[in-house]
Structures are given as C-alpha cells and as structure tokens.
Design a protein around this ligand. Structure first.
Ligand code: ATP
Ligand code: MG
Length: 586
C-alpha cells in the first residue's frame, strides 16, 4: 500500500455522480429497490432486452441514439432505440420461425458488427441463450465451445463460416441453423445456411416478449482461459439489475452520456458493458469495429465526444508506449470519466491517465462469474493508485483464509493478504458452470463465493489486488504477488510490460523471475538487465525483487489482453502449455 492518493475535489464534477457519497449510498442501497428502477415486463417478469430496448423505445428516448457503429473503414451506422426495437423484434421472430425456443443456445461468431448486437438482444427477447465467441478463435476452440454448449443456432459472417466452421458441421449434430451475414453487405447463398438479412427482412417487426422468469437463463459466457481451460459461466435475466446499477454507480452513466466500452463482446465486459448496461441506462453507446490503434482511438474519442470511457490495462499500456505526443493533437475535453478492468491496473497507468487526459483511470474489479462490477473506484471518491477500490453498494467483499477443516475464516487484520471472497446473492452472480456442477459447488465455502484471486484490504476498506491464487509465488517463506513486482518494473523508463512468475528453486522453493518487454527505442542488454535487477531490488527489497530477468519481444496474452503467466511458467519449465485456445497469437 503506501501509494499516494489522487484527491479529487467536488469542483471536478461536471455532473453530480450517482454515487455522490460512498457511505450514504451504500447504507440506503438494496437490490429490491434497484429492481424497481427497471420497468419489468407487463406480466411482472424481467427480460434483459425489454429493459435495454423496448422500455426506452416506448418512451421519450424512442428517437435517441442507442448505438453508433463505426466500421473498420470509417463507415458510420446509427441505431436509435426505436430502430433497435424493430430489428430485435425481427430477429426474435426469425428464431421463432426457425423453431428456436426458450433455453436454446444461440451463438455468435463475429467481429463487432451491428448484427451481433441485434442478435444478442433478439435472443434475449426470445428467451433463448446468447453465447458470444471471439471472432479470432481458430476452428478447434470454436468447435469445442459450440459442442460444450450444444449450440442450436450460429450467427456468423460468410467468410468466417467458410474459413472456420464449414468443415466442422458434421461433428456438430446439435447445430441446426446457421445464419450468415454477407461480406460487404452482399447476399449469401451458401448451402446449409440462411442469409441473415433476408430472414430479417421477411420477419415481422412486432414481437411480444413471453413471460420471462428472472431466473431464466440468458447468457452463456466462457471465461478468458488465463489460468486454464475456459469455463462456461451461466447468467440469468435477473442479472440486468446488476448491469444497470453498476453502469450507474460504478461507471456513473447519465442520460446524455456518450459511452465507449472498448471490449469485444466475445468477453463478458463487451456484453455486460458493451451491450446491456449502456442501453438500460438510456445512453448512446459507441461500437468500434476496428482494432486497437492509439491514434484511431483518440480520433474516435474526439469526434464522437465520448464522455465515459471504459477500457483495459493492456490498451492503456499500449497508449503509454506510444507516448503523450499523439494525444496532444486531439481535443478530448468531452471526457469526464475513465475506467479500466480486466487485469490489475498498475499505479503508473493511473497516474499516466492524469497526465494524458487530465484525469485518472478508475480501476474496477470483477469476473465472468460475477457478471458485473463488484469493486470499483468511483467518480466521487479519491483514488489510491494500485487499488481496485471499494465494494459496490449491495456487495459484501471480504478477505478469507482456508482453514484446515476445509472451511474458510475471515481475515480480520488490515493489510493481510488472503483470498478475495464475496457473499453470494447479487443478481448477476453466475448460476452454474455449464455442465460442471462440482466445479461450481467448490466455489462456495462457508457462506462465501471464493474468487480465486488474492487481495488485501486497507483500513478504509479499499481492496488491493495481489495476484491470482495460481500465480502467487512462494519464496523463502514469503508469499509474493506478481502484480507488485510487475508494477515496479514498469515504472522503469525502458519497460513496456512485465510478467512475473515463480521458478522452482531447491533452496527458496521458488525464486521470482520476471519477463520484460521493452519500450520502443530500448534494446535488451546485460547492462539493462543489471540495471533493472538493481532498480527492482532498491524498491522491493531482496526477498520480493526478481532474481532473474529475461527480455521478450512481447508477453503471451489472452485475446482479451491478459498476461498469461501460466504460459510463461510452462515455457520456462519446458512443460506442456495446456489450453491455449485464447492465446492471442494462437
Ligand atoms: P480463467 O478463469 O479462464 O482463467 P480469467 O479469470 O482471466 O480466465 P475473466 O473472468 O475474464 O477470466 O477475468 C477475471 C479475472 O481477471 C479476475 O478474477 C482477476 O484475476 C482479473 N481481473 C479483472 N479485473 C481486475 C482488476 N481490476 N484488477 C486485478 N485483476 C483483475
Ligand atoms: Mg477466472
């Protein structure tokens, strides 16, 4: 701990934050009351798409811009809430016509194209289950995920289908319907498939959502595969209460906001905050089809007048690498709130936000399993760089230790690390790991959901991420979290990224080893190696500092941008690499 605090004054507020006072909002918060902020279906049920689209289309937001899509080549397409209602009604009717019903799995394999958003919302309307797949997956990860979830429908593009799916059809007996979006808007005529747009045009534009139980399954989301084979987390319609409230309280979405979540819907962030939360909150959401490119991003921020921006540490580190100069060319004064998720956000990156954008990045923590943000730095709260913030209203988080009897006990002392645990009961908690009931059960011990992450809590209730339980290093009787070591290394001017592992050692059990990639303009050398070892030792002390440093051109990452330490370790030890389906360059 011990990082300086970024103190924010009320004068910085251009709008009054929804969470204007942490203690007060937390004290008066309840999930029951939150549910009443949504409309609910006329029959009393709860359906994600109704809250995201239909209720706005029926009111003053009908002609408000819901989604602005920016194509790779700069083409722009706009969708109002009214238009989204019509398109998603059509897609729900298509599913009906194809005999796809409640609980059937509808997968999408596509980049960030408008049809993905229409499919997700239309699927919710039909009470089928939406399952997104990242478009850069190769055939085997696609096949495995389609088979695990017994996909009945797949929506994809003609070129992705031809390249990755056509050859798999025979091995996927459950896959009854394949809908293709033509490349360059052209109609498609591929045997064994339907043309998506043709079906949509033929379908009726009215649809009445059937009674939806809040516990009806809505989403199947595969985890990032950072620590092992990806797991399929199941979420229900009730999750929308958490999507909505976290969008409001943690991302501080207000009606006039232009919001940009840069995550791909292949990952949970791109669904919870790239599709659902901005729409339930009635804001305008930007979708960029293009890949990361610092200048492209700054241009979008400027041109679209983005006010709330939600991105990830990996992108922030890449922007840091590109330096401050490109940013100075753009007028980014519309930005009023910056947030980050997915990996620990190094203090250096928080502070860099302040230099680059005049405001810090607000880190928040959650997982595929939690469905929505659980711990966050809020607009109205001072930031302690390196901390994930404090638990959301309605969320009880604790640091626990496993006991020998197989239970857990809460760690009462401040600053002591243990496993991060949450009291179950929030609306977007996962309801199952698909087809893995035992694995699911194992996550719940002594009245807690155990997250698999290590953290500590300071005296004011701020949580500090230490590492994943799988990644933590045991060296000479100490437990060392990789994050602390990586954060120090990237403070060095030559270092772009760092990944830290424990390397088995006969004396110390493990020694800390760091893999480092360098910023442009720096070359690996023995001198730099020595300098970095000394730099880290001076700041971390001999026990925690790395004993070895190895330079890599880049670090292995998941497609959602997370450093895969398990792979660094497997490669170091010459062990099998395990499931690499989500590896970026796979
Ligand atoms: P898998 O479970 O398959 O190994 P994964 O855990 O990376 O993959 P996700 O659910 O996408 O899959 O990621 C959630 C995890 O990401 C968290 O458990 C945590 O380890 C990490 N994480 C997310 N946000 C933060 C954050 N703000 N600070 C630190 N770690 C974070
Ligand atoms: Mg996980």
């Amino acid at each position: 701990m011990g990082w300086e605090t970024i103190i924010k004054s009320r004068r910085e507020w251009s709008t009054i934050p929804h969470l204007y006072d942490y203690g007060e909002v937390r004290a008066t918060f309840s999930w029951e009351k939150s549910r009443r902020e949504l409309d609910g279906l006329p029959d009393g049920g709860l359906n994600i798409a109704y809250e995201a689209v239909d209720r706005h289309a029926a009111g003053p937001l009908r002609d408000h811009l819901a989604l602005r899509w920016i194509g790779k080549n700069g083409e722009v397409r706009d969708y109002t809430y009214g238009r989204l209602e019509e398109l998603t009604n059509r897609f729900a009717n298509v599913l009906q016509r194809l005999g796809v019903g409640k609980g059937d799995r509808v997968y999408v394999l596509a980049g960030r194209i408008p049809e993905l958003y229409v499919t997700a919302l239309g699927t919710f309307k039909n009470r089928s289950v939406f399952c997104p797949l990242f478009s850069a997956f190769g055939p085997e990860p696609i096949r495995a995920r389609l088979a695990i979830g017994q996909a009945k429908v797949l929506v994809t593009t003609e070129s992705l289908y031809q390249r990755k799916v056509a050859g798999l059809r025979a091995s996927l007996p459950h896959l009854e319907q394949v809908l293709l979006v033509g490349d360059d808007h052209k109609p498609t005529h591929v045997p064994g498939t339907h043309d998506y747009h043709w079906l949509l045009a033929e379908a009726g534009d009215r649809f009445t959502i059937a009674p939806t139980d809040p516990e009806d399954m809505a989403l199947l989301h595969f985890t990032s595969g950072t620590t092992g084979a990806p797991k399929g987390a199941v979420h229900v319609h009730q999750a929308v209460v958490a999507h909505h409230m976290t969008g409001k309280l943690a991302l501080d979405l207000h009606k006039d906001d232009v919001f940009w979540c840069t995550a791909d819907p292949g990952w949970v962030t791109g669904t919870s905050y790239g599709i659902i939360a901005p729409l339930t909150n009635g804001v305008t959401s930007i979708v960029d089809e293009g890949d990361f490119d610092a200048e492209r991003w700054y241009r979008i921020l400027q041109e679209q007048q983005v006010s709330v921006w939600y991105t990830a540490p990996t992108a922030i580190r890449m922007m840091m690498k590109a330096g401050l100069e490109p940013i100075r060319k753009y007028d980014l004064r519309s930005l009023r709130f910056l947030a980050s998720v997915g990996e620990p956000l190094n203090p250096e990156a928080v502070v860099w936000g302040q230099q680059a954008f005049g405001q810090p990045f607000h880190d928040n923590w959650w997982q595929t399993e939690t469905g929505g943000i659980m711990i966050a730095n809020y607009a109205a709260m001072d930031i302690r760089p390196g901390s994930m913030g404090r638990p959301l209203p309605g969320i009880d988080a604790a640091i626990v230790k496993r006991t020998e009897a197989g239970g857990v006990e809460e760690v009462a002392e401040v600053g002591v690390q243990g496993e991060l645990a949450l009291r179950p009961g929030w609306p977007s908690m996962f309801r199952a790991y698909w087809n893995e009931p035992e694995r699911y059960q194992k996550c719940f011990v002594g009245g807690f959901y155990l997250t698999g992450d290590l953290a500590k809590k300071d005296k004011d209730g701020y949580f500090w991420f230490v590492g994943r339980t799988d990644d933590v290093i045991k060296t000479s009787g100490h437990l060392v979290g990789p994050f602390e070591v990586e954060s120090i290394l990237i403070e060095h001017k030559a270092v772009a990224e760092a990944g830290v592992i424990g390397k088995p050692d006969p004396v110390a059990m493990e020694v800390v080893k760091a893999f480092v990639s360098l910023k442009d303009g720096y070359e690996p050398s023995h001198e730099l190696q020595r300098e970095l070892l000394g730099f880290a030792r001076a700041r971390l002390g001999a026990v925690v500092a790395p004993k070895e440093i190895e330079f890599l051109p880049s670090l292995p990452r998941t497609r959602s941008g997370k450093i895969m330490r398990r792979l660094l370790k497997a490669r170091e030890l010459g062990l099998p690499e395990g499931d690499t389906s989500t590896l970026e360059s796979a």
